[in-house]
Design a protein around this ligand. Structure first.
Ligand code: PXP
Length: 240
C-alpha cells in the first residue's frame, strides 16, 4: 500500500494572493485527511511565498496523519523542523529562489552535512528522506548518510511518460530496487498526476509514499477535493 501525502503549498499560494485566509489552509489539511489521504506535506520556503513558518506550527497539532516537512536545510529550516517534530523531514537541495525543486541531491558532494543532519533529526525521532535522482552512485551515498528513505525526483519520469512510458519508468524501477536493497524506504514525488501515477505505482510495488501537490490541486478545480483524492488513491491501488 502506497501512502498519498498531499502537498498543500499551492493552497497557501492561492490564500497569499489576497492576503486574507481564503482558502483556509488548516481546514483544507483536515478535509484532505477526512477524505482519506495518509499524509500532509508542506514546503516552507525562506521567502514564505507559499506555506509560512507560522502555518507549519499551526498545522502540527491538527495533522493526525503523517506530517512531512520538506525543504532546503537552512539553519532556520532545521530549527523549525526540530521544534515542530513532524513524522518525516524531506531534505531538498533547491536554491531559495527556485520556483520549485528541480533536482535531487548531489549526496557525494554534500555528504558530511547531510550525514550530520540525518543524525540531528534521528536524535529527535524524526524520519529523514533525501530527495534524489536515479543515479545509483548517489543512492549508495545516500545510504551511507544513514537516511531512512529517499524520495525519487520524478519530473524526468513525468516528462518522458507521454513519449514512452516503459523507458520513462525503467530508471526509477532500478533506482528504487537499489535503494531498497540498501535498506532504505522509497518515496517519490514531483509532477506526478492522474495521467502518470498508476503506471509508476504499478512498477514500484514497494513504494512507501508519493507526495503530490500541483496536479492534484489543479484537478480539484474540476472534480472537487474529495473526488480528486479518491481518484489519486485509486491510481495507487492498481494491482501491482
Ligand atoms: N516532492 C518535493 C521534494 C517537492 O519539492 C515537490 C514540490 O514542492 C513535490 C514533491 C510535489 O511536486 P508537485 O507539486 O509537482 O506534485
Amino acid at each position: 500500500m502506497t501512502n498519498l501525502s498531499v502537498n498543500i503549498n499551492k493552497v497557501a499560494t492561492i490564500r497569499n494572493a489576497r492576503g486574507g485566509n481564503m482558502p483556509d489552509l488548516l481546514k483544507v489539511a483536515a478535509d484532505c485527511e477526512s477524505f482519506g489521504v495518509q499524509g500532509i506535506t508542506v514546503h516552507p520556503r525562506p521567502d514564505e511565498r507559499h506555506v509560512r513558518y507560522a502555518d507549519v506550527y499551526a498545522l502540527k497539532p491538527l495533522v493526525k496523519t503523517e506530517f512531512n516537512i520538506e525543504g532546503y536545510p537552512s539553519d532556520s529550516f532545521v530549527d523549525l523542523v526540530v521544534k515542530v517534530k513532524p513524522t518525516q523531514v524531506t531534505l531538498v537541495p533547491d536554491a531559495p529562489d527556485a520556483i520549485t525543486s528541480n533536482a535531487g541531491w548531489d549526496v557525494k558532494n554534500h555528504f558530511d552535512r547531510l550525514s550530520e543532519l540525518v543524525d540531528i533529526f534521528r536524535e529527535k525521532g524524526i524520519r529523514t528522506s533525501l530527495f534524489i535522482g536515479t543515479d545509483a552512485e548517489q543512492i549508495e551515498w545516500a545510504a551511507k548518510t544513514g537516511t531512512d528513505r529517499v524520495e525519487l525526483y520524478t519530473e524526468p519520469y513525468a516528462t518522458l511518460y507521454s513519449t514512452g512510458k516503459e523507458q520513462a519508468v525503467a530508471p526509477f524501477v532500478e533506482a528504487a530496487r537499489v535503494a531498497k536493497n540498501l535498506g532504505m524506504g522509497v518515496n517519490a514525488g514531483h509532477d506526478l498526476s492522474l495521467e502518470n501515477l498508476a503506471w509508476f505505482s504499478r512498477h514500484i510495488p514497494f513504494l512507501e509514499e508519493v507526495s503530490i501537490g500541483h496536479a492534484l490541486i489543479c484537478d480539484a478545480l474540476y472534480y472537487g477535493l474529495e473526488k480528486t483524492i479518491s481518484l489519486y488513491k485509486a491510481c495507487l491501488e492498481v494491482k501491482k
